[in-house]
Structure formats: structure tokens, C-alpha cells
Design a protein around this ligand. Structure first.
Ligand SMILES: [Zn+2]
Length: 306
């Protein structure tokens, strides 16, 4: 380097240092916070709790067979995708992969991990307790697995067992007629429910490399109706009776365009839910009143609408 260049470089260093020390020096803008819980530093986590309004999402999936053509983690891969997209649209924190749920009905298929019923209740309750202890008082469960539905409804109901300083919300989207009609128009099959047209389409839309579409017809996804003679009765074996291959529908009908619309529709519904949860003050008030009354039921006054 020539001497003149050295002098110029030194002058630049001094000028830069002076500019940095000046009263007008702009403070570097804080980096945007990750929506991934596990990517936040501890000090950033505290900022994230404030920015999220004390909300978070726990996406719940399972490890189970998804027909002969979709990955074992399909439910979690899909519901995390929707959760991450929604969290980016209206900031909230997304809990790391959570695979513990109800899946006894697929224990006969390779790859299923089924935890005990008490264990899954305790683990989810403790997870929620810990999130609330860290300031996340509004917990949104986003379920990707149909077999979790009864379990999660029971879990939500069981939140009334003892007084809690937080609220568990379960994401349950419903769509208007126009949206339903739009989806129906794109749908090619009439029987669906597990690894069929919808789930295959969604995976094709965001992780096509994980779909083995050529294998989708290797097994039957038809309802086998093996309990057809049983009337007005429910048994836990009902799913296995109808879907012994743990496959319901026809995944070969899947296509990325339909999957894209399904992803966008569900993400929009979740964004709408996040916004309403952030504003929600009624549920906390109702929970408080309920637990106050439940502690002294003999003093509960009749409810009179104001
Ligand atoms: Zn599932």
C-alpha cells in the first residue's frame, strides 16, 4: 500500500470513529426477533414475550404412518409450516417440534411412537405451565393430527380442574361458504381423512421432495367398513376397523395448487385467531369469575344478563 493511501485510510478511520461518537449517531436497529422459540437468546426471549403480547403457539403433531407415500412426521411438518407463516404475519413465538400425542390406533404400523395417556397429559400440562411461568399467558395449540382431537378437547376442558393464571386456546378454523365452495371446486376425491388428497396436496405445496407420489396407490385408502354390523355404538378400534392401512383417501389425487390454497386458507384463519387472542380479555375474566365461584359454590349468585 502506498503512503498516500495509508494517510487516507487513517483519516477515514478517524472520521468513522468521530461519526460514531457524535450525538446524532443512530443506534443500530435491533435485529428482528425470530419466531422460533429455540432460536431466541435469553434476553431476546424477554423482548419476544413483550412483542407477542404474551402469546405463543404450540404446534402438535405425531410420528405415524401416512399411507405408503408421505413422511412419518407429516402432521407436524404441515402444522408447523402454517404456524410459522402465521407467526411471521402477526408476531408470536412458535414452540419447538412437539411429537407427543394420541396415536395408539397406529401402533401396528412401522414408525409409530405412541406415548402413554397419562404421560401425554402431564407433558402438555407441564409444557403449558412452564410457558406461562415465562410470561406466555395465552397459549395457542395448533393441532396437525386428527387422532389428537378428543385428547386436546379433554385437555382444554381439564384446564378448569384447578385455577390457572393462563389460558389455553385450541385452533379450530371454520370457513365461510365462499371459501368452502372454492375448496370443494378444487377437490377431486370424496373420501379423505388421512394421507389422502388434502394432506398430500399440502406436502406437495411446501415439501414436494418428501412425497413419493408414485407409491400412493400401493395400498388401499378405502374405508373397509369392518364394523358395519355394529349399530349405535362407539369403540376405540373404529379407526383400525375402517382404515387398517392407516390410510384414508387417495393421495395420488394430490396436487401442489390445491395444497397452496389449503395452506394459505388455514394460515389466514390462524392469523385471524392470533389477532383475536391478543385482544381477548373476556376469557381471563370469565376464568377468574368461574374459579372464584367454584371455590365457594354455595355463594354463587344467579347470573343476570346486564
Ligand atoms: Zn395424523
Amino acid at each position: 500500500m502506498k503512503r498516500s493511501c495509508l494517510i487516507l485510510a487513517a483519516a477515514l478511520v478517524v472520521l468513522t470513529a468521530l461519526a460514531g461518537a457524535g450525538p446524532q449517531a443512530a443506534k443500530p436497529a435491533a435485529a428482528p426477533l425470530s419466531v422460533h422459540y429455540e432460536e431466541l437468546t435469553s434476553p431476546d426471549f424477554a423482548r419476544a414475550v413483550a412483542q407477542s403480547g404474551g402469546t405463543c403457539i404450540v404446534p402438535l403433531g405425531i410420528l405415524e404412518k401416512h399411507g405408503p407415500h408421505l413422511p412419518l412426521g407429516t402432521d407436524l411438518i404441515d402444522c408447523r409450516e402454517i404456524s410459522l407463516r402465521a407467526a411471521a404475519a402477526d408476531y408470536t413465538i412458535v414452540f419447538p417440534p412437539y411429537f407427543v400425542g394420541q396415536i395408539f390406533e397406529a401402533e401396528h404400523q412401522p414408525g409409530t411412537i405412541a406415548y402413554g395417556s397419562r404421560m401425554m397429559l402431564d407433558l402438555l400440562q407441564r409444557t403449558c405451565d412452564e410457558l406461562a411461568r415465562n410470561g406466555l399467558k395465552k397459549i395457542i395449540l395448533v393441532n396437525g393430527h386428527g387422532g389428537n382431537d378428543p385428547f386436546l378437547h379433554f385437555f382444554c376442558q381439564a384446564q378448569l380442574e384447578t385455577r390457572r393464571d393462563y389460558i389455553v386456546y385450541l385452533f379450530e378454523p371454520s370457513y365461510d361458504e365462499a371459501t368452502e365452495a372454492k375448496l370443494d371446486k378444487m377437490r377431486k376425491t370424496t373420501v379423505d381423512g388421512h394421507a389422502g388428497e388434502e394432506e398430500t396436496s399440502v406436502m406437495l405445496a411446501h415439501h414436494p421432495e418428501l412425497v413419493r407420489l408414485d407409491r400412493a396407490k400401493d395400498e388401499s385408502g378405502e374405508d373397509q367398513k369392518r364394523q358395519a354390523g355394529l349399530k349405535n355404538a362407539y369403540t376405540g378400534i373404529w379407526w383400525y376397523a375402517g382404515q387398517p392401512n392407516h390410510y384414508r383417501g387417495d393421495g395420488s389425487a394430490g396436487n401442489a395448487a390445491f395444497g397452496q390454497v389449503l395452506l394459505e386458507t388455514e394460515t389466514a384463519a390462524l392469523v385471524e385467531m392470533i389477532r383475536s387472542v391478543k385482544k381477548d380479555a373476556v376469557t381471563a375474566e370469565l376464568q377468574k369469575r368461574f374459579f372464584d365461584d367454584a371455590a365457594k359454590p354455595l355463594e354463587t349468585k344467579p347470573f343476570i344478563k346486564k
